[in-house]
Design a protein around this ligand. Sequence first.
Ligand code: TRP
Length: 367
Amino acid sequence: MKKSGNVTPWEVSGDIDYKKLLKEFGTTAISDDIREKLNKCHPLIRRGLYFSHRDFDKWLDAKSKGKRVSVITGRGPSEKMHLGHLVPFLVAKSLQDEFGCEVFIPISDDEKFYVKDKLSFEDAVKFSEDNILDLIALGFDPKKTFIFEDFVYTDIYKYAAQIAKKITYSTAKASFGLKPENNIGWSFYPAMQAAHILFPQFYRGKHISVVPVGIDQDPFIRLTRDVASAKEFDFEKPAALHSKFFPSLKGGAKMSSSEGTMITLGDTPKEVERKIKKFAFSGGKETIEEHRKKGGNPDIDVSFQYLKFIFEEDDAKLAEIYKKYKSGEMLTSELKKILIDKINVFLKKHQKRKREAKGKLGKFLLK
Ligand code: TRP
């Protein structure tokens, strides 16, 4: 079988065939049955950016029986955050809203320091502090949300050490595609991320946690599930919810960070407008006459995807936009205008909350 692009935690390239990935990784497609069990099913799950899972049915089942469940997902702080980075956290927040569960958010400043050649130690720390404010600004419940930085919350090291002892070098090498020229930080880091994923159980005792995460992170999930049941730990295997890659403005698979491919959370209304007008890949036709006659293609239009997955929660309104754009009644400039306004409303609120987040750090950070 031909591989579906190249997908590892530290490298994503080629055309990605998500159906094949399900098979290659041995994960399960998210069924309508699962979607129906969520009352406040976030558009990211409802409309399919989340497409795959491991044991999420067990997580839901445990919750429905009144057992403890939790959510854990992390952030590698290598830069300022952009819209694509929000994907796992929006879902974590919606699960917290619906189920009242605790959310754990590790910040892997060590990971990004190891794997990004040009990232200095000081910058890794700086981005970590900045990104934490963005995460707090999303509105997590301070009583039920725990954020910790690897470089600061060093308790995590003792858990990582216990896990590291259970993983051989050859397993790490095969699971993560380690190369001879990689520094040895890369080979230890998987134990750290496994410690993150098991942290809710180290902290609260045995229970099932779910990890909403990009599908590229699944090697960490697999590894962690393998060590979870070791007799020293006797933990539940963590569940996972896997997303596809959020499209960049230009339509590429992973929202990478070169100019024009992303909207950062700090962008001004003018920057948002400029980037979307200039870069957002359009499913519209070359000329207005042709567009009116033949209609646009919302399925490949990036502005439409952004509305679909994040910014237009109302199904009826989204369907209306889809219909009008496809028939040619709505022009690309009009579609873009809807998105620009939505993003700017979101960012205005986000930026205000981010300023306020500074005063709330103590409520969220584990020390
Ligand atoms: N490695 C993840 C990334 O680069 C970030 C991360 C750190 C993470 N710890 C985690 C994700 C635990 C899920 C669970 O984006």
